[in-house]
Design a protein around this ligand. Structure first.
Ligand code: ZN
Length: 266
């Protein structure tokens, strides 16, 4: 579970409820680590029998000003420190984009940013995990918009401390997805797998993700490709939804468990 999925819960409340529902691992969003601090948050998750899967989210490297690019590196170092304190094996990167410059320039700055952090990440044993985002976010959130681009970048950097996160919400439309999933695993870069669904019609481009099975993503097909690739990590539920955040979160949790079970068993 990504803690943002049940955003109204504080981390302590989320951990207690996740454990009761048999959740195996938790990806901690920065906001939810504020309540207890990174170290105590990680201890609480492990004490409740769950793993810390990842820390979310660093990145946002591209800027037209050098001072802002340098600041981004410092911010990411702080996030790597927090990930290490949390005991998270990876820091997920939303790589960023600068609308004032072309995407290719932003991609160069992203690669440069990650390269300048590899040593620091290695020392702290925290992997930097590139998450490609749907092209609708290419304005400000990410200039990495396909799994192919993420794979190319991870392969170019060529460090076991750099990997890739595959999120069905961002990548389901891509005709090269199957091929790129296998490539990602073959090169040892497949680090994380995020699931939810794409609602039809979508009412908000950020905060209207659906439960697995509610939308148009062929989840079974993607799940089969992921299994065939040999990836055996967590299938992480990551849902941003104004609609579900308004519900009683226990009621929402029951819906998540039901949709996950259907997804897993079918
Ligand atoms: Zn994701």
């Amino acid at each position: 579970m990504h803690t943002i999925t049940t955003k109204p819960w504080k981390l302590s409340e989320a951990v207690e409820n996740y454990a009761q529902h048999g959740i195996g691992g938790v990806s901690v969003w920065q906001d939810s680590a504020q309540q207890l601090g990174a170290r105590k948050s990680g201890d609480l998750i492990r004490k409740n029998g769950m793993e810390v899967v990842s820390y979310v989210r660093g990145g946002f490297f591209p800027h037209s000003s050098k001072a802002k690019r340098d600041k981004a590196i410092e911010d990411n170092k702080k996030m790597i420190d927090e990930a290490a304190e949390l005991g998270a094996p990876m820091l997920v990167l939303v790589c960023g984009a600068e609308p004032a410059q072309d995407l290719e320039e932003s991609r160069k700055q992203i690669q440069g940013g990650i390269e300048s952090l590899v040593n620091y990440a290695t020392q702290n044993k925290v992997q930097l995990t590139i998450e490609p985002l749907h092209p609708m976010y290419a304005d400000t959130r990410s200039a990495i918009n396909s799994l192919e681009q993420a794979n190319c970048m991870a392969e170019a950097i060529d460090s076991k401390w750099v990997g890739v996160a595959v999120d069905v919400y961002h990548l389901w439309w891509d005709p090269n997805l199957e091929k790129e999933i296998y490539r990602c695993q073959e090169h040892g870069n497949f680090s994380a797998f995020h699931i939810c669904d794409w609602n039809v019609p979508t009412t908000d481009l950020l905060l209207d993700r659906g439960l697995m099975g509610e939308g148009c993503i062929k989840l079974q097909q993607i799940k089969n490709w992921v299994a065939k690739s040999g990836f055996n990590g967590f299938h992480e539920v990551e849902i941003f939804s104004e609609k579900f955040w308004k519900l009683d979160q226990n009621e929402f949790m029951d819906k998540i468990v039901k949709s996950y079970s259907n997804y897993w068993e079918s």
